[in-house]
Write a protein that binds this ligand. Sequence first.
Ligand SMILES: Nc1ncnc2c1ncn2[C@@H]1O[C@H](COP(=O)(O)OP(=O)(O)OP(=O)(O)O)[C@@H](O)[C@H]1O
Length: 493
Amino acid sequence: MIRIENLAGGYKNTPIIEDLHLEIENGEFFALLGPNGSGKTTLFKLITGQLPIQEGRIFLSGKEISLLSKLEKAKKVSVLTQEVHASFDYTVEEIISLGRYPYQKGIMKQLSKADREVIEDVMERTKISKYRNTQFRMISGGEKQRVLLAKAMAQEPEILLLDEPTNHLDIKHTFHLLDLLKEQQQKNGLTIFAILHDLNLASLYANRIGLLDKGRLLEVGDVDTLRKEEQLKQVYEVQVKTQAHPAVSNPQILMTPQHAANEKPIDLVKSYKLVKNKNYIHIQFDQPMRTISNGVIGEGIQWLKHFCNFHVDKHYNCSDPKRDLQERMDSYQIPHEQAVGMMTAVNLEDKVIETQEIEGIQMMVIVTAGVGNAVDIASEYTPNSASQIGTINTMVFIDAHFTDGALVNGYMSATEAKVKALQDLDIRDPQSNTIATGTSTDALLLALTQRGSVTQYAGSGTVAGKGIGQLVYQTTHKAVKKYLKRVQNNGIY
Ligand SMILES: Nc1ncnc2c1ncn2[C@@H]1O[C@H](COP(=O)(O)OP(=O)(O)OP(=O)(O)O)[C@@H](O)[C@H]1O
């Protein structure tokens, strides 16, 4: 445990750190954050004893730091700093052996069997065994960092102090090192105090963070503290936005560069190319559009340039439709990493494309509709094995600037409009014989140019929402009627 009381200290008589209180629990991973010059290294040096304390006290595992002997301190605390000395004329294994020094007994200070086992173990875990006989000065900056971590771990400390431990590391080794530290923390109860510059890594690995600004701790809290965008903007003087990580609940922070504000936005009408044939519909824009979709490819909220609807057989049954669609796109040189991809068994000749300008907002809607598998979402669930032509795929392109909230609103508006079209056409769920609300596999996308003033809402109480609703309603209505006509003429196709 580390306890810091009323700490002041710095260089000569100028205190950089002032009136600092902090308590780090046993077995906690604490990340110290703050802009350049905020005093992180100074605080670190006060804790390690490299700088004298001007005021206050620091306790390590309950004992005041000034009362600990050098040997006692070496058994409690390991330190890993940014200063990687290339002048060491030792092999990697010899450097790591130095970590066992506090445990060696007698005048000869020989390594015991237990010491050797610890050294082997840390070399294995930091993946540096193969360099054991290599001179330390002959390995790369990242490898040196791993060797010094192995040396720190060989010390088997209660507390590990790290100053920018991932500084020289590539992403693989950054994550490997932090995973290793996390494992030591979780399995062995190691207490970790790390200065980190990368807010996103801090969010992924730390239990708590401290935000240092001008020598004072502005806030100490769990990683959700990083959701305070205004505070981060004030401290770091950059535009930040907190985003959700796709797999873990910890916040991730995105920075907006200055030049983004000057980028020329795209023009909806002038900047797209449309290819339509019996195999697919492909709309390509010059620049990425802000997109929300549930496509087989390109799902979620993204920036994408290509929007595709591929024709498949009505008996289509593929174990990996995503891969299948990617391969189809590749065969037409459509970059699937930048695309939304939908599928339909509907005859693509029956697509309906409508454009309209509502209150100065240009919109285009493309719908392919089949209602053979129409479903009333509110009726009781019955597995549907019928292979009818039955998907409504809707693409909505809008020349406007939506927030993420407005994108979700717009998605609702488009869905409500589709439901209304089905209601007016008296499309029924064949199982329940009630009015259908959609089909079992409908896909929808909204793509925005992000031009003009920011629109916060796009529900039915707004011009944008009404525009989406009207155009999606008309287009869906026409597309379903085309489908019904084809069924009437050909029987079920
Ligand atoms: N040896 C020194 N003598 C005098 N002042 C120093 C010395 N080292 C640092 N400072 C000053 O102390 C302040 C805090 O520096 P410190 O290195 O602690 O910041 P930091 O938060 O670690 O910055 P960075 O993120 O750039 O590493 C700075 O204003 C710096 O100029």
